[in-house]
Design a protein around this ligand. Structure first.
Ligand code: TLP
Length: 345
C-alpha cells in the first residue's frame, strides 16, 4: 500500500476548508422554499453580482443547474444545439431528453472547446413543419473534455451575435467558469455576458461541499425556480450549505492560478515520459488529458497500476486518461506523481 495519496481524479473531491465548516455551523438559516433563508439569498445575490446578472438560484449540483436551465429555455420537442463533447451530452444521463423531452442536436467540438459558427448556423432549423424548433445553444466554459479549454469573450460574443440573428438563447455550462476567468485574466462577468443563463459550480475547484448557482435575468430565475422545485431541488434550510458557497466565491477563486500552474507542470513532466502522449500547450487550466501510446497498455490498466502506488487518475477512454489539479494538490505532489508515473511506465 502506498502511503502518499495524490488524488487527481477530479476537483470534485475537494473538501470544505476549516473556515467553510465554521461558517456552516454558524449560518443563519430559514425556509428557502419560502425565500426565507438569508444565507441562500446572500449567496444568490453575490453570485449574480459576480457574474453580472440580475439574479441567481442555488441548486444542488452542476447537473441540476444545467437541467434547470434547459427546462427553462426549451419546451417539449424543442431543440438545443450543443457540442458532441459537452458534459450535458456525455455525462448527465441524457437528462435533457429523459426529463425534459428536449432534442439534443450535436455539432463537433473543436479541440479548443469551441463550436464553429458555421456548424451552429447550419444546425439551426428552418421554420418547417417537419423539424423541431431550435431554441438554445449550449457552450461549456471551461470545456471539460477539451483539455479544460477556456472560451474567450471575443468568441463568446460571436456566438451571441449569431444566436441573436436566429432568436436563440445561450446557456453556458460554467461549472469551471472561474478557472476560465483566471486563465484568461478577465472578470467572470465578462465571460458570462454573452449568455442568457450561466451556471457555476461551487463544489469543484472552489471546494464547497455542495452546490451550484445559476444566474440570469430575474424573470429567467423566477421560472428556473419553478423548474428546480419540480426536480425536487427545493431545499429548506439550505443556508447551512450556502454558507460554504459564499466562502467559495469570496476566498477560493483567485487561488485557481496555482492549480493551473500545477496542471501545466504535470503536463510538461508527462511529455518527457516514454509511453505517454500529451500536448502540454493544450493545458491552460486545471485539466490534463493524456494517452498511453504503448499498444500493450490500456488506460484502465495504467490507472490501476498508478493507483496501487497512490496516484489516482481517471481513465476516460481506451487509451485516454484525465488528471485534474485542485486545492489539495501541491507542487510537491505533482513532482511525486511524476516520479510514480516514471516508475510505473
Ligand atoms: N464533472 C465531473 C464528472 O461528471 C465528469 C468531473 O469530474 O469533471 N458541467 C461540467 C463541465 C462538469 O465537469 C461537471 C462535473 C458538471 C457540469 C456536473 O456537475 P455535478 O457533478 O455537480 O453534477
Amino acid at each position: 500500500m502506498a502511503n502518499r495519496i495524490v488524488d487527481l481524479r477530479s476537483d470534485t473531491i475537494t473538501l470544505p476548508t476549516p473556515s467553510m465548516r465554521n461558517a456552516m455551523a454558524t449560518a443563519d438559516v430559514g425556509d428557502d422554499v419560502f425565500g426565507e433563508d438569508p444565507t441562500v439569498n446572500h449567496l444568490e445575490e453575490m453570485a449574480a453580482e459576480r457574474l453580472g446578472k440580475e439574479a441567481g438560484l442555488y441548486v444542488t449540483s452542476g447537473t441540476m443547474a444545467n437541467l434547470v436551465c434547459q427546462l427553462t429555455h426549451c419546451g417539449r420537442g424543442e431543440e438545443m444545439i450543443l457540442g458532441d463533447q459537452a458534459h450535458i451530452f456525455f455525462y448527465e444521463q441524457g437528462g435533457s431528453s429523459a426529463v425534459g423531452s428536449i432534442h439534443p442536436r450535436t455539432v463537433p467540438n473543436q479541440p479548443d472547446g469551441k463550436l464553429l459558427l458555421e456548424d451552429i448556423e447550419a444546425a439551426v432549423r428552418p421554420d418547417n413543419v417537419h423539424f423541431p424548433a431550435t431554441r438554445l445553444v449550449v457552450l461549456e466554459n471551461t470545456h471539460n473534455r477539451c483539455n479544460g479549454a477556456p472560451l474567450d469573450s471575443d468568441y463568446l460574443q460571436s456566438v451571441r451575435r449569431l444566436a441573436d440573428t436566429y432568436g436563440l438563447k445561450i446557456h453556458m455550462d460554467g461549472a469551471r467558469l472561474f478557472n476560465a476567468a483566471v486563465a484568461l485574466d478577465v472578470a467572470a462577468a465578462e465571460l458570462a455576458a454573452a449568455a442568457d443563463s450561466v451556471s457555476v459550480c461551487l463544489s469543484k475547484g472552489l471546494a464547497a461541499p455542495v452546490g451550484s448557482v445559476v444566474c440570469g435575468t430575474r424573470s429567467f430565475i423566477n421560472r428556473a425556480r419553478r423548474a428546480r422545485k419540480v426536480l425536487g431541488g427545493g431545499m429548506r434550510q439550505a443556508g447551512i450549505l450556502a454558507a460554504a458557497g459564499i466562502l467559495a466565491l469570496t476566498k477560493m477563486t483567485d487561488r485557481l492560478a496555482e492549480d493551473h500552474a500545477n496542471a501545466r507542470r504535470l503536463a510538461e513532466g508527462l511529455a518527457e515520459l516514454k509511453g505517454i502522449s500529451i500536448d502540454p500547450d493544450a493545458v491552460r487550466t486545471n485539466i490534463v488529458f493524456f494517452e498511453t501510446n504503448d499498444d500493450d497498455v490500456a488506460a484502465e490498466q495504467l490507472a490501476a497500476e498508478l493507483a496501487a502506488e497512490g496516484v489516482r487518475v481517471l481513465p476516460t477512454g481506451k487509451k485516454r486518461l484525465r488528471a485534474v489539479t485542485h486545492y489539495h494538490i501541491t507542487t510537491e505532489d505533482i513532482d511525486h506523481a511524476l516520479g510514480v508515473f516514471d516508475e510505473v511506465l
